[in-house]
Design a protein around this ligand. Structure first.
Ligand SMILES: NC(=O)c1ccc[n+]([C@@H]2O[C@H](COP(=O)([O-])OP(=O)(O)OC[C@H]3O[C@@H](n4cnc5c(N)ncnc54)[C@H](OP(=O)(O)O)[C@@H]3O)[C@@H](O)[C@H]2O)c1
Length: 324
């Protein structure tokens, strides 16, 4: 697995990361043994940039990673996040930061976090207060690098002026391209790496979902407008174009979706989520693919016209709509 530098932060990570949220039954049931097998496979494949959060499984997702970190700490770059209360509301002030960091360190069983994000910008506070508190925690040696999720370009600038920001993590994929107009250019101007979350459109871009009936009753995607009964079939028909293009290229739709993101720049590190060692291994192949500029544009042109907002009603697991 190749490595990529997250901007000019000095943090270098595997060019594809691993999103661990799905291992906490967010998109249907997750089996801990299968999750552990996936983590082991990730290490074997050199996918060593692992993404979790305090809110995923209310701490259980961090705990799931602890045994692997205990055995392979130096091989894994661990990223986690704080800022959600268990009920899904956003609360990301200095007190919450100081409380959260010790909980994350304990659950992960580590003495420092490599990359620590504020999961959502707290709309009730100046960002300088949040980042100022996080910077004190860096100074105390508990965290190496800082990041923000779903921040606007203005917030990103203000945050970076308070303390260097290594990465911005926001939704970015062939069906979610809002980031491209303002946030990505500002991140690049400031030397901040870009970590696209849900790079497979929460599974839709793999072509593996054929109807809303494929989603378990407690699957969080059921509340997503793009997965609603009105929009699902339409959106699925657009994904079929990606499947045709992938098939012509001799790869899968998931691989083409990831290769398209990787082709956006050397500072882009997607974090696809999976519970499956086989899906993980297939996704890893995307790092070997090279798309020419015209292919990148052609794929983007094919994938126009998705219906539905990115987010529906607010709830936990990083599903609360962006605040700014
Ligand atoms: N900062 C934030 O607010 C925020 C919000 C959402 C997510 N995230 C982060 O981003 C990570 C990834 O996002 P995500 O999990 O929402 O969505 P995603 O990576 O776009 O898609 C994950 C889904 O795709 C399926 N999948 C993956 N590879 C596949 C393959 N090769 N073939 C068929 N299906 C495949 C997975 O199912 P299987 O398990 O069956 O493979 C899973 O259901 C999360 O784990 C989390 O760390 C952050």
């Amino acid at each position: 697995m190749n490595q990529r530098a997250l901007g000019t932060s000095g943090l270098t990570v595997s060019s594809i990361g691993l999103g661990c949220m799905v291992m906490s039954s967010v998109y249907g049931p997750a089996d801990p043994d299968q999750a552990r097998a996936t983590l082991t496979r990730a290490l074997d494949l050199g996918i060593t940039f692992w993404d979790t959060a305090e809110i995923y499984g209310n701490g259980a997702n961090e705990e799931l990673l602890a045994p692997m970190l205990a055995a392979h700490r130096d091989d894994i770059t661990i990223a986690t996040k704080f800022g959600f209360e268990p009920d899904g509301s956003v609360s990301a002030g200095p007190d919450q930061a100081r409380r959260a960091i010790d909980g994350s360190l304990r659950r992960l069983g580590v003495d420092h976090i490599d990359l620590w994000y504020v999961h959502r910008v707290d709309p009730t506070l100046p960002i300088e207060e949040t980042i100022g508190a996080m910077a004190e925690i860096v100074a105390a040696g508990k965290v190496r690098h800082l990041g923000l999720c779903e921040a606007s370009s203005t917030t990103l600038r203000r945050a970076h002026a308070t303390h260097p920001i290594a990465a911005v993590q926001s939704e970015w994929s062939l069906w979610s391209r809002d980031l491209e107009s303002e946030v990505a250019p500002v991140a690049r101007a400031l030397g901040i790496g870009i970590v696209p979350y849900s790079p497979l459109g929460r599974g839709m871009l793999t072509g593996g979902l054929s109807s809303t009936a494929d989603l378990a009753a407690n699957d969080h995607r059921r509340s997503g407008p793009r997965f609603s009964a009105e929009n699902f079939d339409h959106n699925r028909s657009i994904v079929e174009r990606l499947q045709v293009a992938a098939s012509a290229r001799g790869c899968t739709a998931a691989q083409l979706a990831l290769a398209w993101l990787l082709a956006q720049g050397e500072d882009v590190v997607p974090i696809p989520g999976t519970r499956s060692p086989d899906h993980l291994a297939a996704n890893a192949e995307a790092a070997r693919m090279v798309l020419e500029r015209d292919e990148v544009d052609e794929i983007a042109d094919l994938m126009q016209g998705f219906q539905g907002d990115r987010y529906g009603r607010p709830h936990a697991y990083g599903e609360t709509p962006p605040q700014d």
